[in-house]
Unconditional design. Structure first.
Lengths: 224, 230
């Protein structure tokens, strides 16, 4: 109980929230880097995944991409960036690494979502004389929405988690609170930082679930 | 002396580094392998009873699946740090964290495998006088094996990658070589350890694929078992 109590004590101390290495600044860094990376990853992955799903090509690539993504250690990729010339480019190494890790789940889920759309519905739409564009926007995309949103959620959580690991190579973000605690043998601070990061990840997951429910255009859940 | 040059010049690829630090690299690789293997084995041992529990009905399935999915959301650095007060700086801490992560994939796959066992097969076994334990051990688990092994493959590959983060407590296998090399900008060490780590994941995946083929020869003829995404 002692350490957890002290961790809450650390969180309750206003001094730990202000300044360059305070919680607010680290949180802002974390959200900035994650937000940019998720945005870029969406712009890259969604059109490609949706288009591949629409034309029905590149399936093996699209599906295996997310499995390959699991095999590559985030920490090693960040470390490689940090010993390359990218090191002196501010937040860029973290953003690039985050984009790399967010693209696979987004692309795979977009592709799978498009392919899982009931073929008979697609055939019926074609039979009604819909063009490729109409089919895409008015039939496939609305029906694929559920899986695409699932991919977006897991991509966002992936990004938040990876942004934490950036601290291990000296980049900014909430993880720095944890590593700073490790370096000064301050276990309460380590636990406080871990609680903050875990809470942020769960909060983002929860917000995305809620946003998905509230946004218009949510049809009946896809039958599984 | 061309031999010293690649270390002095801090080249990305340096064979001299590999030969001169061979014992260090071997130790780190060995630590990586045993931490991964122990974690996945414990993960399997824990996930089978959890999947059996989840199978008992929705009342159990929702909390078990919900909790194991929730665990995967927690960033690895936070997970290892939260376990710090419980375990101190030890390999047990890293193994515990990795086991918790592996449950997300393993429980789902074991459950999918058990649910795919045809009801007629169960009926036939019961009719032959199989009790619940013998039914599970001799009929259901063997039939669930393809899905279980598919889960073990995914879990192993992601565990190999996650083990590197254990370097925060000094028990990260190859990650232990990466962490100090970043602060000293030792390119050869970062690249060699990273490549070894990816190779390790590949080799483990291929070995498990071999095991899968050996243990479940009947799946090779037909379509591979389809497993729901994690």
């Amino acid at each position: 109980m002692g350490v957890v109590g002290k961790a809450f004590g650390w969180l309750a101390d206003g001094a730990n929230w202000s300044g360059e290495s305070g919680v607010w600044h680290r949180l802002a860094e974390h959200l900035l880097v994650s937000g940019i990376a998720l945005g870029v990853a969406c712009v890259v992955a969604l059109p490609v995944g949706l288009w591949l799903g629409h034309v029905g090509r590149g399936g093996a690539l699209a599906v295996n991409l997310s499995n390959v993504g699991r095999a590559v250690p985030v920490f090693a990729v960040l470390a490689l960036f940090m010993v390359s010339p990218l090191r002196s480019a501010g937040y860029l190494p973290t953003v690039v690494a985050l984009v790399l890790f967010a693209v696979p789940p987004l692309l795979t889920n977009a592709y799978v979502g498009m392919r899982e759309v009931d073929r008979s519905v697609v055939e019926a739409a074609r039979g009604m004389g819909m063009s490729g564009g109409q089919l895409f926007w008015r039939v496939e995309l609305p029906l694929a929405r559920g899986l695409v949103m699932t991919g977006l959620r897991s991509g966002a959580v992936q990004v938040i988690a990876t942004a934490t690991i950036a601290a291990m190579v000296g980049q900014g973000g909430l993880g720095r609170i944890i590593t700073a605690g490790f370096n000064t043998y301050n276990t309460p601070q380590v636990v406080a930082g871990a609680l903050l990061v875990a809470l942020l990840a769960l909060l983002v997951e929860g917000l995305l679930v809620a946003a998905d429910r509230l946004l218009p255009g949510r049809g009946r859940p896809a039958p599984r | 002396m061309a031999v010293r040059n690649c270390l002095v010049a801090n080249d990305w690829i340096c064979w001299d580094y590999v030969t001169s630090r061979a014992p260090e690299l071997a130790d780190a690789t060995l630590e990586h392998v045993w931490i991964t293997a122990v974690s996945v084995l414990i993960g399997v041992a824990v996930s089978v009873p959890l999947a059996l529990l989840a199978r008992r009905g929705r009342r159990w399935a929702a909390p078990v699946l919900g909790l194991t999915t929730l665990l995967y959301t927690i960033p690895s650095l936070a997970m290892f740090s939260l376990l710090l007060p419980l375990f101190g700086l030890s390999a047990a801490l890293v193994v515990t964290g990795l086991v918790l992560y592996s449950l997300t994939i393993l429980v789902r796959n074991v459950l999918a495998g058990l649910e795919a066992v045809p009801e007629e097969v169960r009926e036939a076994a019961r009719g032959m006088g199989y009790g619940p334990a013998r039914l599970l051990w001799q009929v259901e688990l063997p039939l669930a094996l393809p899905a279980l092994l598919a889960g073990v493959r995914i879990a192993t590959v992601s565990t190999v990658a996650l083990t590197t983060v254990g370097s925060i407590v000094g028990k990260g296998g190859l990650g232990n070589l990466i962490a100090p090399a970043v602060s000293s900008s030792f390119k050869a060490q970062v690249l060699t350890a990273s490549v070894l780590c990816v190779l390790l994941a590949l080799v483990a995946d291929l070995l498990l694929l071999g095991l899968q083929r050996m243990l479940t020869p009947w799946t090779r003829a037909g379509r591979p078992v389809r497993v729901k995404g994690a």
